[in-house]
Design a protein around this ligand. Sequence first.
Ligand SMILES: NC(=O)c1ccc[n+]([C@@H]2O[C@H](COP(=O)([O-])OP(=O)(O)OC[C@H]3O[C@@H](n4cnc5c(N)ncnc54)[C@H](OP(=O)(O)O)[C@@H]3O)[C@@H](O)[C@H]2O)c1
Length: 331
Amino acid sequence: MAENKRILLVSRPMGMPKPDNFRLDEAPVPAPAEGEVLVRIEMISLDPAMRGWMNEGTTYIRGVALGEVMRAFAAGRVIQSRHSTIAEGDYVSGLLGAQTYATMPAHQLSRLDLSLGPLEWHLGILGMPGMTAYFGLLERGKPQPGETVFISGAAGIIGSTVGQIAKIKGCRAIGTAGSDEKCRYLLQECGFDGAINYKTEDVEARIRELCPKGIDILYDNVGGDILDLGLAHLARGARVVICGAISQYNEPTMRGPRNYMKIVTARGTLTGIIVFDFQERYPEAVAQLSQWLKNGQMHTRTDFVDGIENFYPALMKLYTGTNFGKVVLKV
Ligand SMILES: NC(=O)c1ccc[n+]([C@@H]2O[C@H](COP(=O)([O-])OP(=O)(O)OC[C@H]3O[C@@H](n4cnc5c(N)ncnc54)[C@H](OP(=O)(O)O)[C@@H]3O)[C@@H](O)[C@H]2O)c1
């Protein structure tokens, strides 16, 4: 009989996560109750937000309890169903956890249409990160043709999707990323108009050069210094969309923006987005993104890691910038 291999959170990180914050254990494969399905998980998504979920207390979602399976989006095949809407053999995704088998109420899962794209896309561009990019840019940023969209963390799954949607909407897309290779990817494959290596270039000088009329939409994934530099160059009427602040997640205290008065002088707005608020509209975004992908108007990349035992190194790719594309653990 197969065992369920699970990654448990066993202690809370201080700063960067350490290997001993997690433990790999084995447990019997759970049996689905009435209304539930049993899923053989094939892919686990690694997401920056996991760092926040490791903390005690509740933000927009409660922290993972010690000893509990680490929360994770995952996708796999249903091997037993006790609900009429999902059948054995269906592929599903949801917050199934970092493990190889999971039971879950059918209504908490999304049934996946693999004709729209491979399984990994349903954790990336057609999954939660793609939804965040789509609604974050279109509903919060409200791009208009000819506007300049500045995206931090641009080579990531969300940033690269935001930039490509901005291009489709007739905007200029400028992004920051942590290596020349990532910058080349933005320019050559994602069609960005400008890319700044924030580790080696003078970011402020490059913003001035690449955004001569200022930034109309600042889509921020990283916070910290890059957010401050972007704020300093807002155009009149700019919209700042705060999506994440990965540069701050492992800091003992989060640093807020210093240049926030620029919102006042630019007559701008600063808004946040939580993707789950758009859940009812996901089908619309999935249909549109998959069409753009099929038409060749968009590209996406996956960074695969093999084996559940490599959960920790896969996670750390996000906080060290060594990932190139959506990090997916094959299990
Ligand atoms: N609001 C929501 O509903 C929502 C939903 C999902 C995700 N998010 C947020 O969206 C952001 C992007 O997520 P993603 O899934 O697309 O991740 P990602 O960009 O694919 O991966 C994380 C990237 O962040 C960059 N990074 C890491 N540490 C950094 C630092 N100290 N300073 C600057 N950049 C750093 C690295 O790229 P470089 O090589 O460029 O450094 C790394 O590759 C995250 O902040 C995440 O928390 C928000």
